[in-house]
Design a protein. Structure first.
Length: 320
């Protein structure tokens, strides 16, 4: 099969910039990385109870600040969809915190009922949804910082996300299903049997054409947003798929697991475009919102000094 011009161009680019660069970020493993909407900053959340923010210079990340205040691990974070100064962190300390990079202070702490593991910001910027270990999803008004609604589910809730149109809410569950709900107040629309085992992660592509799910069966499935049908599967990983990210143009999909590489697929054909080598399992991947640059974090040990100490680094692939 002929390789597309796009694939060739990307492979040439990655061949020229094949080395992943590491940047010290935390004193323990990094659970989550995310780019601001403009792509100038990268935030990371860690087991060390802090978040860090970096500025992206031409060929490196420069640490701007470390954000302290949580009393437990920062498990997930995300940026405001259109304000490049605000991000929110979810922690096991039963709070979420909203931060403004211009002040380095926490601008709001919202108490929640359980240990938080998942968080997402609605595309219109008005609502933050947070999921906890007890499978409760709470919807918080991003302006008043008050809870608007909460829903207790009878199954294991994994990752949560709005669709790009902001009118439907998706979650992946422990029974291998994707649940689709109407906005607050929540009304179930449908449940799709997506995988034979635990459905772990979900991501929507920036173009609004597809979403992808990753599962404990080591498969990534690609879904048509309008038809809600699976259009193809990616099966190059051998371990449960933990994290997914679409490139800014929607043409590449990165997926990662405990395998010691990150798979980069061409979305339209499912073909392998590249694999990024890692020395340990990968927790989180995030494509830059404007260019083919991938941020990720692994379960690294600081082998130079102490093989049991966690390294807490953030990595970039695709830098010149």
């Amino acid at each position: 099969m002929a390789v597309s011009a796009y694939v060739q161009a990307m492979q040439e680019l990655f061949r020229a910039n094949t080395r992943s660069r590491e940047f010290p970020a935390h004193g323990a493993k990094v659970h989550s990385v995310a780019w601001s909407c403009c792509g100038r900053r990268l935030a990371s959340g860690s087991f060390d109870k802090t978040a860090s923010v970096f500025l992206l210079e031409k060929d490196r990340l420069v640490k701007e600040n470390n954000y302290r205040g949580h009393g437990d691990s920062v498990d997930q974070l995300c940026w405001h969809p259109s304000n490049p100064d605000l991000f929110v962190t979810a922690s096991g300390d039963k709070t979420i915190r909203i931060w403004d990079v211009r002040t380095t202070k926490c601008i709001a702490t919202v108490n929640t009922k359980g240990e938080n593991i998942n968080i997402c910001w609605s595309p219109d910027g008005q609502t933050i949804a947070v999921g906890n270990k007890d499978d409760v999803v709470t919807f918080i008004d991003a302006k008043t910082h008050r809870s608007k609604a909460e829903e207790q589910f009878k199954f294991e809730v994994n990752e949560i996300s709005w669709n790009n149109d902001n009118n439907m809410f998706f979650l992946t569950n422990g029974n291998g299903c994707i649940n689709i709900l109407r906005q607050v107040p929540l009304k179930p629309i449908q449940s799709i049997n997506a995988h034979p085992s635990n459905c772990i992660c979900i991501k929507f592509d920036p173009m609004g054409k597809y979403f992808a799910t990753g599962s404990a069966d080591a498969l990534v499935s690609l879904w048509d947003v309008d038809e809600l049908v699976c259009v193809r599967c990616f099966s190059r990983l051998d371990w449960p798929v933990r994290t997914l990210s679409f490139s800014h143009d929607g043409k590449m999909l990165a997926s990662a697991s405990e395998d010691h590489f990150i798979d980069i697929a061409e979305v339209e054909t499912g073909e392998k475009l590249w694999e990024v080598q890692c020395e340990s399992p990968t927790f989180t991947v995030a494509w830059h919102p404007k260019r083919p640059l991938l941020a990720f974090a692994c379960d690294d040990k600081d082998g130079k000094y102490d093989s049991s100490r966690e390294a807490g680094t953030v990595k970039l692939f695709g830098l010149p």
